[in-house]
Design a protein around this ligand. Sequence first.
Ligand SMILES: Cc1ncc(COP(=O)(O)O)c(C=O)c1O
Length: 483
Amino acid sequence: MHQQTLPPLTPIISNWIKELIKKPELLETAIEEYGSPINIHNTLPFRENYKLYQEVFDEYGLDNLIFFARKANKCRNLVLEAKTLGMGIDTASYRELKEALESDLDCEKLVVTAAIKERKLIELAIQNGVLIILDNEDECKLTQQIAEEFNIKAQIGLRISGFNYRGSKLYSRFGFDIDGVFDFIAENFGKQKAFNSLKYQGLHFHLNGYSTEQRGAACLQSFELAKQLKTNGFETHFLDIGGGFLMNYLSDKDEWESFKETLQLAVKQKVAPITFQNDGLGYQIINNELHGELKTYPYFNEKPKQFFLREILNYKNGDSKTVADLAKQLKIQIRMEPGRSMLDQVGFTMAKVVFRKRDSQNNWLVGLEMNFTQMHSSSADFLLDPIVLNKEPQKNKEKCEVFFTGAYCLERDILLKRKISLDQLPQIGDLVIFPNTAGYMIHFFESEAHLFNLAANIWSQVEGYTLSKFINDDELSYPTVAV
Ligand SMILES: Cc1ncc(COP(=O)(O)O)c(C=O)c1O
């Protein structure tokens, strides 16, 4: 079998992280104080990401409202930061809504999009005049019932799905089908109708995947629905296009292409494995042929964030009118709920090396004080090279290839499935940094199995890019607003 060098995947790294890496003693102190692993965050990129989106809307002269989808990261400081920036928060649970209200966020800047809306969540939203995005008829019934009990009109939007795209419907388990929702509204909403305590305000969708064309098509179909509704007396004030705005993690397209090629060759056993137990990350061999596709996030892509938004706004209908033109013409505010992309460069995860050993297949395994729930991608792997801070750089450096392993009793607790090439074997106590983990990678799947503590979340204070000290997110308090 042909032996190849491992294809690198070099992450994009923001200046505040580069600065911090130059101060290993500070990182050592942080890990001593808070334990391993630790998530270190910074608000500066969050502000910059918000600005990037805001600039696009300004350039198009579009009425807009951007909500941060908090489910992507639980830190309290992000709620406070969103408030400072004047942005909204998309809340997906009772506690997310309660904390946003406690932090005194304006109710106009809040939205409830929870997939499951229990009674107390709906009660809290109605009592505080917060918009609820309803997903199905049962939710409408419960919301109507609670609104009647409180004698308050519930502010609601409807989530739509099943958009027609290139001859077929886009499936989603969420939302009302676009083809039936007009009749549903016309029959049930308005005076003397079943849902007369629900005040219809607008439309919402959130699409799976990363197609700007599908989102553009969904906008156009939503506008058509809004026009139809208007003729029946229902004014659509906003169209919320959800989240899913791409972010780019990697610095080099060639590396990305070369990684994909080498992975396929490895699965075909033409070159040595580059993943743990030759995991194909979606590729597999069936009857001697390669099948499947890479089932990871598109970590390298060329149209992240503001470019992604622009493509949606530039999408045209048959009369060459763009989504942006139509939004203005119909006086519909465009809303969005980015989670991951708002967190681009906002945080990294750092863990301590505990052991090194050779397994029976002669692989180097480097054990970290951390487990796979503390950095876990919902896709097949997190494809960014980590950075190892060697306490004592060796004089005669010898390159080595390692897998990083975690603390759970599961064979599968391999922190990155990719084999990683390093300049030298890490020493016990060395620190390993996993860049750009703030969006979904650290909180979405974390667990306290084995009674391990959850990782601490700390914030580096930055004036310009000069670092002073860390703040523990748990110790941040919201302004005391009674809810
Ligand atoms: C309704 C809704 N809005 C916003 C988001 C945020 O998406 P992203 O973090 O990909 O931007 C999600 C993610 O699942 C969602 O379900």
